[in-house]
Ligand binder design. Structure first.
Ligand code: PEP
Length: 251
C-alpha cells in the first residue's frame, strides 16, 4: 500500500473576524513550528476576507492555506464570486469544492463541482472534492450509489493524487455531533478507493479524508481507520486546542 501522509484540514466556514482568524492561525502556526517533524500536513481554510491576513500569519510555518470555494472561470462578470487565480494570488494551495453546504445552499451539481475542479487544477490548486450521502439516503441503503455517482460526476479527467483530495462527509454527521462508526467509515473509504482505482492510475496515492463531527475524543480511532488519510474538520477547527488534539492523534 502506498504511504499516504495525513492531511488535517480546518474548514472555518462563515466564522470569525480578522482578530479571531489571526489569533487562531498564529496559534496553530506556532504549534506546528515548535513541534518539529509531525506526521501530518495541516491546512486552514478561512472565509475569503481572511485569506490574506491568515496567509501572512501562517507563512513559513508549515500550515497551508486554502479557500472554501472558487468560481470555474478565471475572471469576468461574476458578481460576488472569487476565481482560482485570485486564490492562488492570496497564497492558497488548496480549495474545498462541492461541500454539502454549497451543494445544498447554492444548488451546486456534480457538473458545477467538476468545472470548478478543472479550473482549480489549471491554477495549480489542490482541490478537496467533497462527497457524502444524506441521512435519508443512508436509511434507504443507497449511500454507495450516491457517493459513487458524486465521484463519477465531480472528479474530472486529469484528477491525480497530486492535484486532488477526496473528502467523504456524510451530510448527517456534519455539525450534528453524530459521527459515522469506524466500520461505516472503513466500508465507505474502501468503496471510494475502489471507485478511484477504476479511473485514476495513482488512486492508491490519493488522500481520502473523513469529515463529520470529528473531535478530539473520536479522532484517534477515525484516523487509525483503514483508508482514512486525514480529516476535514468544521466546528472543532475553530478551537486551537481541539484542532491540535485532532492533528496530533495521527500516528
Ligand atoms: C465540515 O463542514 O466539513 C464538517 C465536517 O463540519 P463538522 O466538523 O462541524 O461536522
Amino acid at each position: 500500500m502506498a504511504a499516504r501522509r495525513k492531511l488535517i484540514a480546518g474548514n472555518w466556514k462563515m466564522n470569525g473576524l480578522k482578530a479571531d482568524g489571526l489569533a487562531l492561525a498564529s496559534d496553530l502556526a506556532g504549534r506546528v513550528k515548535g513541534a518539529g517533524a509531525v506526521p501530518f500536513d495541516m491546512l486552514v481554510c478561512p472565509p475569503f476576507p481572511l485569506l490574506f491576513p491568515v496567509g501572512d500569519a501562517v507563512k513559513g510555518s508549515g500550515v497551508a492555506l486554502g479557500a472554501q470555494d472558487c468560481h470555474a472561470k478565471q475572471k469576468g462578470a461574476h458578481t460576488g464570486d472569487v476565481s482560482p487565480v485570485m486564490l492562488k494570488d492570496a497564497g492558497c494551495a488548496y480549495v474545498i469544492l462541492g461541500h454539502s453546504e454549497r451543494r445544498a445552499d447554492h444548488g451546486e451539481s456534480d457538473a458545477v463541482v467538476n468545472a470548478k475542479t478543472v479550473a482549480a487544477h489549471k491554477e495549480g490548486l489542490i482541490a478537496i472534492v467533497c462527497v457524502g450521502e444524506t441521512e435519508a439516503q443512508r436509511d434507504a441503503g443507497t449511500q454507495t450509489d450516491v457517493v459513487g455517482s458524486q465521484l463519477a460526476g465531480s472528479l474530472p479527467e486529469g484528477t491525480t493524487a497530486e492535484n486532488t483530495v477526496v473528502a467523504y462527509e456524510p451530510v448527517w454527521a456534519i455539525g450534528t455531533g453524530k459521527t459515522a462508526t469506524p466500520d461505516d467509515v472503513a466500508a465507505m473509504h474502501a468503496f471510494i478507493r475502489g471507485e478511484l482505482a477504476k479511473r485514476f492510475p495513482d488512486a492508491d496515492k490519493m488522500r481520502v479524508l473523513y469529515g463529520g463531527s470529528v473531535k478530539p475524543s473520536n479522532a484517534a480511532e477515525l484516523m487509525a481507520t483503514e483508508n482514512v488519510d486525514g480529516a476535514l474538520v468544521g466546528g472543532a477547527s475553530l478551537v486551537a486546542d481541539d484542532f491540535w488534539a485532532i492533528a496530533t492523534s495521527c500516528r
